[in-house]
Design a protein around this ligand. Structure first.
Ligand SMILES: *[C@@H]1O[C@H](CO)[C@@H](O)[C@H](O)[C@H]1NC(C)=O
Ligand SMILES: *[C@@H]1O[C@H](CO)[C@@H](O)[C@H](O)[C@H]1NC(C)=O
Ligand SMILES: *[C@@H]1O[C@H](CO)[C@@H](O)[C@H](O)[C@H]1NC(C)=O
Ligand SMILES: *[C@@H]1O[C@H](CO)[C@@H](O)[C@H](O)[C@H]1NC(C)=O
Ligand SMILES: *[C@@H]1O[C@H](CO)[C@@H](O)[C@H](O)[C@H]1NC(C)=O
Length: 398
């Protein structure tokens, strides 16, 4: 994609962003969050949609769960195995139950959840807060919230992605609260992902209702779209905290639409934004290159840091961005992003990061897994090739 198209896309993105209006101040209390004890750090795992769309099956899910273990991804924290749309029949049975498609899931969902649980992993499922799911191939849960929540709990579901299609224009707050309450009354802690696409600014009401809320429309496997979504999501930084996270959608790393460096930017932005890290590629055939991105334990550590503060874009020198946020143990993380196609120089100023100018920091490059040989005071300056990033953890030493 050329620079011109790219600039145009970003402008369109910014217009969308501005039309979002101003966000009210977030409720600051942990008590305002949905109290199911889940999501103290952003969820990590896999979801079927970005790579497989509707083409899912019991064998695919089992192989994926096996692959999460055999690749070591599970040990790194990727524990949720989440089915997306198209797992069920078009009609409920005579008792009003959702029915897993027997052609795709011959053993049923409880058996599949058992399989996943026996590997030490967690099982996620999908529905919509409308009268059908987005594919139109199965019923949604609108008006059937408690009935379906009971099914999910009885099957051993640990995570629900709850979509927004065919919703009859009923207020999302009403629709998502209904499912939140239904899940709660099953007695089973189920991570609740509000997939409302950011339309009615769910960051403002989501913390009382779910453990994460989509802040944007769907991601696609394209650089411009990925960058756009990261920016839209950044608008709601103040609302993310342990127990409830902004969700800029699932990862595309490994699906082939971006270069290696672009996927490194994608993963870095999601990690520093405390976004859910839900791998969206085929992990049964994951490449070493993709593993080297989603398997970067130092970048994962930033995402899973116990402080749980989403980073902000603290400076944008016109397609040259500085993102920063605090980490536990008095450290900070800094991400430099070059959105230009040419090599540029970017400086991160301590004053932008929130570190006093006279403080000297040890700096670790967490993509190179190297401590830099000099310490830095006041700022750091780096050269970045086109569409690439560098990510550093800063530790004050004076
Ligand atoms: C249900 O909500 C109550 C009150 O917020 C909370 O204490 C409890 O842990 C919740 N239970 C589940 C299973 O989510
Ligand atoms: C669906 O997935 C199966 C393997 O899981 C594959 O053989 C088949 O080609 C896929 N079909 C489509 C339409 O992608
Ligand atoms: C991928 O990594 C594994 C383990 O580190 C190694 O054995 C294998 O040769 C690598 N494959 C390729 C294609 O580089
Ligand atoms: C940095 O400056 C502040 C304010 O001037 C001062 O209080 C502090 O002692 C200084 N710290 C160092 C390490 O020099
Ligand atoms: C730091 O110095 C060592 C030894 O001189 C060198 O091997 C290493 O590459 C240097 N690291 C960086 C990040 O420049």
């Amino acid at each position: 994609m050329g620079e011109k198209t790219s600039i145009l896309f970003v402008i369109v993105c910014l217009v969308l962003f501005k039309s979002g209006g101003t966000a009210a101040r977030p409720a600051s209390s942990r008590r305002s969050l949905l109290d199911n004890g889940l999501g103290l750090t952003p969820p990590m795992g896999w979801n079927s949609w970005n790579h497989f769309n509707c083409n899912i099956s019991e064998s695919l899910i089992k192989q994926t769960a096996d692959a999460l273990v055999s690749t070591g991804l599970a040990k790194l924290g990727y524990t949720y195995v989440n089915l997306d749309d198209c797992w069920g029949l078009k009609h409920r049975d005579s008792q009003g139950n959702l029915v897993p498609d027997p052609a795709k899931f011959p053993s049923g969902m409880a058996a599949l959840a058992d399989y996943v649980h026996n590997l030490g992993l967690k099982f996620g499922l999908y529905s919509s807060s409308g009268h059908a799911t987005c594919s139109g191939t199965m019923p949604g849960s609108l008006g059937h919230e408690q009935h379906d929540a009971n099914s999910f709990a009885s099957w051993g579901v640990d995570y629900l992605k709850y979509d927004n299609c065919f919703n009859d224009n009923i207020s999302p707050i009403i629709r998502y609260e209904a499912m939140s309450k239904a899940l709660n009354s099953t007695g089973r802690p189920i991570f609740f992902n509000i997939c409302e696409w950011g339309d009615m600014r769910p960051a403002l009401w989501g913390p009382n209702v779910g453990n994460s809320w989509r802040t944007t429309d769907d991601i696609t496997d394209e650089w411009d779209r990925m960058i756009c979504i990261a920016h839209l999501n950044e608008f709601y930084t103040a609302y993310a905290k342990p127990g409830g996270w902004n969700d800029p959608d699932m990862l595309e790393v490994g699906n082939g639409g971006m270069s290696y460096d672009e996927y490194v930017v994608h993963f870095s932005l999601w990690a520093i934004s405390k976004a859910p890290l839900l791998i969206g590629c085929d992990v049964t055939s994951i490449t070493n290159e993709t593993m080297s991105i989603v398997g970067n334990y130092e970048v994962i550590d930033v995402n899973q840091d116990s402080l749980g503060v989403q980073a902000q874009m603290v400076r944008d020198f016109g397609e040259q961005e500085v993102w920063a946020g605090p980490l536990s143990r008095n450290r900070a993380v800094v991400l430099l992003v070059n959105r230009k196609l040419m090599t540029v120089t970017i400086s991160a100023l301590w004053s932008d990061i929130g570190i006093p100018d006279n403080v000297t920091c040890r700096v670790r490059d967490i993509w190179q897994h190297q401590d830099l040989n000099t310490t830095y005071q006041g700022m750091l300056t780096m050269h970045l090739t086109g569409h690439s990033c560098m990510m550093f953890v800063l530790t004050p030493i004076s």
